[in-house]
Design a protein around this ligand. Structure first.
Ligand code: PLP
Length: 466
């Protein structure tokens, strides 16, 4: 039981909670948040959300405003991503939902193609660098993942290796433009052509690239719906479309593929149900905000934001590549960069230790553990940076922090696993210095790590913590 409180008081509580978060604006957090550095865009997004807060996107025949917005966003995206009159799609709650829906569509069409497949379990062929949203889709939708190793030097798979994994059980092949871990574009054209020749669907995960690569310049290969054989593509509005969280687009080359994404039922005594996406009732605020931001920017504005993002990325890559003991993994195309250790033990900069040292200097990078692939090759432990439009304003400060942090930790032994940490994190929470925790996660097998991660994250929202 509780007594109601004055709204001001409640809002002050919310503000206090937010004050404890890392800064979402200003370029200090190089993952999770995408800041255009334009307060006017935040303002238009907030007003759009407010206008659409009470609407339910569940039924676009009742709330025609939502149908209009969705048509407009899909039309905008299909122009940018080189679709044609046949291209249709949906606005979803985010990249994960876009990817899961593409898998659902491909699975259902694969099963429908032959009577004996009706209840069979297909495969999902993907490079090891593909986003975990596809593993999640396979988990939820009963497919088997067939991971294809990438070249540790470039971070991309060979098209031949990907296609060698495709067989009669394959419902979908996934490629990324670019992939998250190392920012590299997979061989989209070759994979899509090979998949098409085998009658298999091919999804391009352009969750990051969809709203960046069209204006990046110097992209040396086609990667979107212009490529024959690409059957679907995802592009997140809440990343480089600079929309508030909760908006992404999934497009299909053909209407039939889009229809296969839907769920419809009349098997209950209520209203006839037709859900295009995973959700039932569907907030329209993020869709309205995403559309408003796209309109205020236009493709000119998007190009400008990509321009400064590229300038900042190029500067970072140039500086990082010259730091002794560090190297940039592969040749990233786009705003994602991963830094690995390089050179002799005496000169090496351990990425996990670097992330802690950079954090002390006011910037948050993301630690990515090493991974052993099925062919025995090892993808290195790295520090990951997502550059956004605002980064250019702080890029000199950021490169100074990187250089100073690398100087501080150079030659130190790489962070090593500590078995006692697992128990301590559960009782005491995460320490400030995360290198040891990350090294422990990296060393333990998935069967051990997964329940630990779940326990730590579940503990964070356990009401007994209040
Ligand atoms: C972010 C991302 C996703 C998943 O998107 P969410 O919006 O986080 O659900 C999928 N693929 C790539 C390459 C991404 O970067």
């Amino acid at each position: 039981m509780s007594t109601g409180r004055p709204a001001d008081d409640v809002l002050a509580d919310l503000a206090a909670l937010r004050a404890a978060d890392p800064p979402t604006h200003g370029g200090r957090v190089l993952s999770y948040v995408y800041d255009p550095g334009r307060p006017d865009l935040d303002e238009v997004a907030a007003q759009a959300v407010r206008l659409f807060l009470p609407v339910n996107g569940l039924d676009p025949t009742t709330f025609t405003s939502v149908a209009a917005l969705e048509r407009r966003i899909v039309a905008f995206a299909r122009d940018v991503l080189h679709g044609d009159e046949g291209t249709v799609g949906s606005v979803t709650s985010g990249g994960t939902e876009s990817c899961m829906l593409a898998v659902k569509s491909a699975r259902d069409l694969w099963r429908a193609a032959e009577p004996e497949r009706a209840h069979a379990r297909p495969t999902l062929v993907l490079p090891t660098t593909a986003h975990p949203a596809f593993h999640k889709a396979a988990h939820y939708l009963d497919l088997d993942v067939v991971p294809v190793p990438v070249d540790p030097a470039t971070g991309t798979p060979s098209a031949a290796d990907v296609l060698a994994a495709v067989d009669g059980r394959t419902a979908l092949v996934v490629v990324s433009a670019p992939s998250y871990p190392f920012g590299a574009i997979d061989p989209v054209a070759e994979v899509a052509a090979g998949a098409a020749a085998r009658g298999v669907a091919c999804h391009v995960d352009a969750c990051v690239g969809g709203w960046v690569l069209p204006w990046w310049g110097g992209v040396d290969q086609p990667w979107d719906l212009a490529v024959p054989g690409v059957t679907s593509i995802s592009a997140d509005l809440h990343k480089f479309g600079y929309a508030p969280k909760g908006a992404s687009v999934v497009l299909y080359r053909e209407r039939g593929r889009h229809h296969a994404q839907y769920f419809a039922t009349t098997a209950w005594p209520g209203y006839p149900v037709v859900n295009p996406t995973m959700l039932g009732s569907r907030g329209a605020g993020s869709m309205a905000a995403a559309w408003a931001v796209l309109q205020v920017l236009g493709t000119d504005g998007l190009a400008d934001l990509v321009g400064v993002t590229r300038t900042a990325t190029d500067r970072l890559v140039e500086v990082a590549a010259a730091i002794p003991g560090l190297r940039v993994v592969g040749a990233p195309t786009g705003p994602l960069v991963a830094l690995a250790a390089d050179g002799s033990a005496a000169e090496q900069v351990d990425p996990f230790t670097l992330v802690d040292a950079v954090r002390r200097r006011g910037f948050l990078l993301q630690a990515q553990p090493a991974m052993v692939q099925a062919d025995g090759s090892v993808l290195p432990r790295t520090a990951h940076l997502t550059v956004t439009a605002v980064t250019h304003r702080v890029v000199e400060e950021l490169v100074q922090a990187l250089v100073a942090a690398a100087d501080e930790v150079r030659g130190r032994p790489a962070a090593v696993p500590d078995a006692s940490l697992a128990g301590r994190v559960l009782t005491e929470g995460l320490p400030d210095e995360l290198a040891g925790v990350m090294a422990t996660l990296e060393a333990l097998p998935g069967e051990v790590v997964h329940p630990l991660l779940v326990a730590v994250l579940a503990a964070a929202i356990d009401p007994s913590q209040e």
